[in-house]
Design a protein. Structure first.
Length: 104
């Protein structure tokens, strides 16, 4: 079963359940559709750009095609690490001594 058919089946099953809380039922349906849309965007980005991080402190890194957790799209775009950027920059500016590594 492909992704679209799987999502359709899950959505139909969720909406067919007799829940007394219609708001919760609709929220669950929207959550499922949101996850589906995220997977479509991720697949499109991977197909068009590959697995290399595009920007940010890890730009150029060849990354994994999937993440176990967290937003994979943000990781590939290079904005996932944005909250850590000041600390990464401070570590770079500190010019720590490096043993056994030749800096070019």
């Amino acid at each position: 079963m492909n992704l679209h058919a799987n999502i359709r089946q899950q959505l139909q099953a969720q909406l067919a359940e007799s829940q007394t809380d219609e708001i919760a039922q609709l929220n669950n349906a929207l959550r499922l559709l949101s996850k589906w849309r995220s997977v479509l965007i991720q697949n499109t980005l991977l197909q068009q750009q590959g697995t290399v991080v595009m920007e940010g402190p890890l730009a150029g890194l060849d990354f994994l095609p999937q993440s176990a957790e967290g937003c994979h799209i943000a990781k590939l775009l290079g904005c996932y690490e944005q909250p850590l950027l000041p600390f990464i920059e401070a570590a770079i500016q500190a010019n720590y001594p490096v043993k056994g590594v030749r800096v070019i």
